[in-house]
Design a protein around this ligand. Structure first.
Ligand SMILES: [Zn+2]
Length: 358
């Protein structure tokens, strides 16, 4: 048995408020613990989107009642909330800006709006962006101009990881994350996945793009699942929404990659614990760790999972390396395939002052 620090996932969608038939703070954080994650940062593209203090309060109340692991919640950058967003900064783990189309209503198109958010958001609070292709160059320039740190979500293509490498070499304060599905799946997997189930943003990329991610592992600061559950009926229906679940397969995929010699345990710990904690300024979770059996062989099966969505793009995959026990703040939170931490056990890790938990 090997002991790892509690994994931190800086990018999940827990669908609450508004779409709890897909997931909620209870099922999503149960899936997190089952996958070895002791903290998750939840995205704001809910219904309503988390763009003001009222909607944020709704999500925070649900999380406080239902979360089984620790968490933070992002504020969404909207077309008209740049001024008020900064006032909410102390309550959230960061601001999320959507520059490209994905699930939900939060896309920003106007350069003036982007500039306004970059200029007004407190420079010491994290800012995360969905920015592909040209959008990435635009937001990198704005962030550099305002000398503020930027975290780039789910980098998927060679041209993007190359741009981030170049920006880092120029001293621009940029960090980035890559998802397990972009590390372990490509567009060549689409025929087997099927049209609806294969929908994800950013899209699955080419084998050359995937090779570039692995070749630039040192440029990748975090692994983030972008856990984005939609039900099987939705994925197989008309207008399938983009998104894959990922919390319960990520660590198995990473451990398997360690076994295959594609990365080391140190690479894994840096990208799933040390770096996300530093980038998002999260407090230490004392007496918190994950015990994994690096030699356990297992087969990915959605029927064994805690996520509410009922499917996984990795169904049937054989992996080596499995989560056995998770201890969160000195409490056994997961053991023998059972989630033991009750709803409400999770605490809000952002703001650091913990005001709403007192
Ligand atoms: Zn996402």
């Amino acid at each position: 048995m090997i002991r790892l620090p509690g994994l931190i996932d800086p990018h999940v969608h827990l669908r609450e408020p508004g779409a709890t038939h897909k997931e909620d703070f209870d099922s999503g954080t149960a899936a997190a613990l089952a996958g070895g994650f002791t903290a998750v940062l939840a995205m704001p593209n809910t219904q309503p989107p988390l763009t003001n203090s009222a909607s944020l309060a709704q999500a925070q109340a649900a999380a406080k009642d239902k979360a089984r692991c620790d968490y933070g919640i992002y504020l969404g950058a909207g077309v008209d909330n740049a001024a008020s967003a900064a006032e909410c900064a102390p309550l959230v783990c960061g601001l999320k800006m959507y520059l490209d189309q994905t699930y939900g209503p939060l896309r920003l198109d106007e350069l003036a709006t982007l500039g306004d958010h970059v200029a007004r958001w407190p420079v010491d609070r994290p800012m995360a962006v969905h920015a592909e292709g040209r959008s990435l160059a635009a937001i990198l320039f704005l962030a550099a101009l305002h000398a503020r740190p930027l975290h780039v979500c789910h980098v998927s293509r060679e041209v993007e990881i190359t741009l981030i490498r170049a920006a880092k070499e120029k001293g621009i304060q940029v960090t980035c994350e890559v998802t397990p599905h972009h590390l372990f799946l490509t567009e060549n997997d689409l025929p087997q996945l099927g049209e609806g189930r294969g929908e994800v943003r950013p899209r699955l990329a080419t084998a050359a793009d995937q090779d570039a991610l692995w070749a630039n592992l040192e440029v990748i600061d975090c692994f983030a699942t972008d856990h984005a559950p939609h039900t099987l009926a939705e994925k197989d229906g008309e207008n399938p929404p983009p998104g894959f679940p990922g919390l319960e397969t990520a660590l198995g995929l990473y451990l398997n990659a360690v076994h295959e010699g594609r990365m080391t345990f140190d690479d894994l710990i840096a990208r799933t614990h040390t770096n996300p904690r530093r980038i998002f300024g999260l407090p230490d979770q004392t007496e918190t760790f994950v015990e994994v059996d690096p030699d356990a062989l297992w087969e990915v099966q959605a029927t064994q999972m805690y996520t509410r969505c009922g499917w996984t793009p990795f169904e049937g995959l054989q992996l080596r390396g499995r989560v056995r026990r998770v201890t969160l703040r000195d409490r056994l939170a997961f053991a023998d395939d059972q989630v033991l931490a009750p709803p409400g056990f999770g605490v809000n890790l952002a703001p650091v002052t913990q005001t709403e938990n007192q």
